[in-house]
Design a protein around this ligand. Structure first.
Ligand SMILES: [Zn+2]
Length: 401
């Protein structure tokens, strides 16, 4: 039973493994990979680390050539491998009050502070540090590293990466998405859909309102329908107690319209965010909204109303005793009930592509996106023990056991 091996036995210098992970984390935090920036410097760093371990990485550039996904396989090209998935981008620090430089990893007591420490560079650091300590030659099944860009702006980078992985590796494979879960197993999350609606009207002086058509007025009618939908989503019969809150949510996060108090607005726009329970279909939820847009287009032929999806992250639907859950339980030792994530993540995209998927990673989502984001060093220790057991579980010794 290799997964019962104490980490200190397998890593004779267990503290070295944790120290190595922290060193790598320090380097990763030093790259300002806020989603608006290029992540190439970080990816080149990871590529070099892998090359030093004899692992060839593939960088998959986006259309601008400024961002990349990274994909690498460690071990033999065989089915039943494990994908370790992490996003390299982080949310902005603008207008946040930090006690230390967010891009310099800073230890205070038992915590390591820095942007991305919890969400989710620590998981990437642990995945990479494990390569320095695991017996890579003994792997009978592969570890696939899948690091993406633009997760924080709607999981935009992962689809290409996942498509490439699905085309390249021997299937089936399990995916572990290392979003911060305090190393507990998250088996489901809501879908996330973001839409922008733009309305144009006919500008006129407000004293001659009969000569114009206010884009604001139409936008308000549309947003009113969204509020009605949002209200209905909270109905008890639609609840799913796995989630907090236990219902789908719809909120208007941004709105703009008009140029002056005495001019009928020529243009108005708003952006809304729909987070649906896995069993809910976003298109179905929005049916009354689409009907209202159509009715307004007919009633006001001089107006235009455009509807643009800006992000669509599929849900992670709970699958009991899935391959991924079984593996992570065995390796990680978490026997508590599988929990639901309150956030959208790339896990739904991996599941949609056919991979058995769970979320499990170090650190707490409570610290994600906050000023003074941190991770407890004990979380890195837990994750390195997890990595140790995971790599060991893929060796011949484990398969014979
Ligand atoms: Zn994240």
């Amino acid at each position: 039973m290799p997964w019962e091996i104490d980490s200190r036995e397998h890593y004779p210098r267990a503290s070295d493994a944790v120290a190595r992970a922290i060193d790598i984390l320090s380097d990763l935090v030093g790259f300002d990979t806020t989603s608006a920036n290029s992540n190439l410097a970080l990816m080149r760093y990871v590529e070099a680390l892998l090359a030093a371990r004899g692992v060839t990485a593939e960088l998959l550039l986006d259309d601008t050539g400024q961002k990349a996904n990274l994909f690498a396989t460690v071990g033999p090209s065989r089915p039943e491998g494990v994908i370790l998935s992490g996003h390299t981008d982080v949310v902005p620090v603008a207008e946040q009050n930090w006690s230390s430089d967010p891009f310099v990893l800073t230890q205070r007591d038992t915590r390591l502070y820095g942007r991305g420490t919890a969400d989710m560079k620590a998981f990437i650091a642990c995945s990479l540090a494990a390569l320095d300590f695991a017996k890579l030659d003994a792997l009978q099944r592969p570890i696939h590293l899948a690091f993406s860009y633009d997760e924080e702006v709607g999981c935009l980078g992962a689809p290409r990466l996942i498509e490439r992985i699905a085309d390249t590796i021997a299937l089936p494979a399990v995916a572990i998405v290392g979003e911060p879960s305090l190393m507990r197993i998250i088996g489901s999350h809501k879908s996330v859909n973001i839409y922008k609606v733009t309305v144009t009207g006919v500008p006129a002086h407000s004293s001659a309102a009969h000569l114009g058509l206010s884009a604001n007025a139409l936008a308000i009618q549309l947003m009113n329908v969204l509020l009605q939908i949002a209200g209905k989503l909270t109905a008890k019969e639609a609840h799913n107690a796995d989630f907090q809150p236990p219902f789908s949510t719809l909120t208007v996060g941004l709105m703009k319209g008009g140029t002056a108090a005495n001019i009928l607005a020529a243009e108005a726009s708003f952006v809304f965010d729909l987070r649906s329970l896995p069993e809910h279909d976003p298109d179905e939820i929005l049916r009354p909204f689409h009907a209202e847009m159509e009715a307004l287009r007919v009633a006001y032929p001089l107006a235009t109303i455009t509807f643009e999806p800006q992000a669509a992250v599929p849900p992670l639907a709970r699958v009991l005793e899935s391959k991924a859950e079984t593996l992570v339980r065995r390796v990680g030792g978490d026997n508590s009930d599988m929990i639901a994530g309150s956030f959208g993540a790339e896990a739904g995209q991996f599941q949609q592509a056919g991979f058995s998927t769970v979320i499990c990673g170090p650190g707490s989502i409570d610290q994600a996106h906050q000023a003074d984001e941190f991770i407890e060093i004990s979380e890195i220790e837990k994750c390195m023990i997890f990595m140790d057991r995971l790599f060991t579980s893929l060796t011949a010794q484990a398969e014979a056991a």
